[in-house]
Every structure is written in structure tokens, then in C-alpha cells.
Ligand binder design. Sequence first.
Ligand code: HEM
Length: 323
Amino acid sequence: MGVNAPFTTESQFPPRKYCLNAPNLGLLRTTINLLRQSQEDVLIPLIRSRREVVKRRQQGKTESDKESVVAYVDTLLDLELPDEKRKLNEKEMVSLCGEFLDAGTDTTSTALQWIMANLVKYPHVQTKLYEEIHGIVGPSPQLGEKNESMVMIKEEDLQRMPYLKSVVLEGLRRHPPGHFVLPHTVTNDVELDGYLVPKGAMINFMVADIGLDPKVWDEPMEFKPERFFTNTISGGNGAPDLFDITGSREIKMMPFGAGRRICPAAGMAILHLEFFLANLVWNFEWTAVEGDAIDLSEKQEFTIVMKYPLRAHISARGLSQTQ
Ligand code: HEM
């Protein structure tokens, strides 16, 4: 897809490409940045083309199966504000879509960078993860492998990789991309530990500190994915599926928030992290650049990013193996 072409028509950026997953959101946001166009310039044509799709769907005249898939924008087009009894205008829709672009890209890519940094810093974790992946899907693909389905780890395989899941959870505990959730407002007076939190007060939660509480986590500053294996049923496969990331049973960490306003994409974000991580480690060995220790200092941007972004040597594992 050429970046010089303005994506203003349906044919250049067909609505079916505008589905809600992190790679597509990332592509759209990168496009906006590259074209130095405002979100409004890029998003309004997309919203209008979706309006047409919704109309066709309502009339039972969808042009392809893909048009019957409901996109996020379609739900905004349908929405009526109950108090004001009106539909959203285009600017409001742009703002909501923009929120998705921001919320859905930096968060996942930041989390992935932190996790990769820890795998480079602690090679024994990377080795253990690679051994798990190798045990499930076999040797890394040879360089030049043409058949894409053979060189990508599939979603169903990820479900059989408990250590992978633990590495992702440990990454989100140790380095949550957001150190706070979005600000919330209290809807009624609440008494908490003898303190009154009055109706209308703005509150937030110290997400990062919750995940580092030494009363809850043993050696909280260490990167130890094994800690998530303790939450398993004996006789199980060690899968940390039972760890309650939504906080509906108990809250030990809350990288996605908790309750009614929890990140709506938490499940998808974890799946994406598992997918990228598994494929990056299966295909490549990641090692430190000589003389460049991995520094885990933080810097506040839209999310909390690495102050010194990860630099690593990557070597294709498929070069040194025989199938
Ligand atoms: C590792 C990845 C991610 C993390 C750690 C994360 C974390 C969060 C957090 C902490 C919140 C605020 C919850 C609250 O205020 O209580 C949030 C909200 C939100 N997230 Fe995520 N998120 C991630 C990925 C994504 C992705 C991939 C998308 C979209 C595709 C997304 C969309 C949203 C949206 C729309 C909200 C606002 C929800 C609302 O206002 O009720 N997030 N996320």
C-alpha cells in the first residue's frame, strides 16, 4: 500500500480493511502520521463509507459477506444519545475512533517492547519460552520458507503454551503500559476505610504500584513468569488460565483496569501479545548488543515506555537448524 496516495476513497481503503484489530489500527495510525493528515481528514471518509454499508445492510442489500460484519463505526452510527435524543455527529465519531487508535496501538506495542527487553535481559526466560514453543510446534522455520501457514504459529497452538501466557502476564504486571487507568468519577457518596469519597469526585488507581505490592507479590521487581504457575489446578497442564486478569474474583494487578470500564479489548490484546511474542521468539534468537546493558528505566509518553528503547541482535533460528 503506497503511503503517498491519499486514502480518501473506498477503493483505496475499503471498509473491510477497517476492522478492529491492533495491526490494522497501527497501520491506520501510521498512515495518518505519514500523510501528516489530521485524524478528521482520514477518518471522515471512512465513516461516510461505513454509513453507506450500514444503509445497504439495513436494506438487505449487502455487497459481500464481509459487509455483514458489524464494525465499531457501525455501532457509533446506530447510537442515539439517550438524554439529548440525537445521533453522534462526525466530529464526535472521529474523536471516539481516535480514542481507539490511541488506546489500541501504543499500549500493545509498548507492552511487547517491555516483554522483549526482559527476554533479552534474562536469556534463561527466553530459552525456556523457546523450548516450550519448540515442543508444541516443532523447529523454527527455515529462512526462505514460502508457505506462510507453515511459518506462523496459529492461535490454537498458543492456547497450548502456558509459559508463554505467564511471560505475557508477568510483562503486564511488571511493566503495565499505563500506570493509571482513565480517570473515573464517583456516582454516589462512598465510604472507604473511614474516608468519604464524595459524589462527583474524580478518582484513579495506581495500577503499576498494585502490581508491585510486596505484600502480594514475592520479589515484585524481579521478572519471574513462573509466579503465574502457582494459580493452577493440580493435575492441570500448568496453564495460568485461572489467573483472574479481569479482577472479578480478586484484584492482584489491573493492567487493563477492572469492573464495568475495564479495557474492552483486554482479551484481544493478550492474544496479540501472545501471538507476536511466540512468533518473534520462535523465529529469532534475541541477544543483547555488546556493551549495551538492557536498562529498564521508564519514561512517560502516551504510555510508560522504555527510556532507552530496546536494541538487540536478532539471529534467525532457522539458519542453524536442520528440520
Ligand atoms: C496491552 C494492551 C492494552 C492495555 C494494557 C490496555 C489498558 C487499558 C486501560 C488500563 C484502560 C482504562 C480502563 C479504566 O479506565 O478503568 C483501557 C481502556 C480502553 N482500551 Fe485498552 N489496553 C490495551 C489494549 C487495547 C486495545 C488493543 C484496544 C482497542 C483495539 C483498546 C481499547 C480501549 C478502549 C476503547 C478503552 C476505553 C474504554 C472505556 O472508556 O470504557 N485497548 N485500556
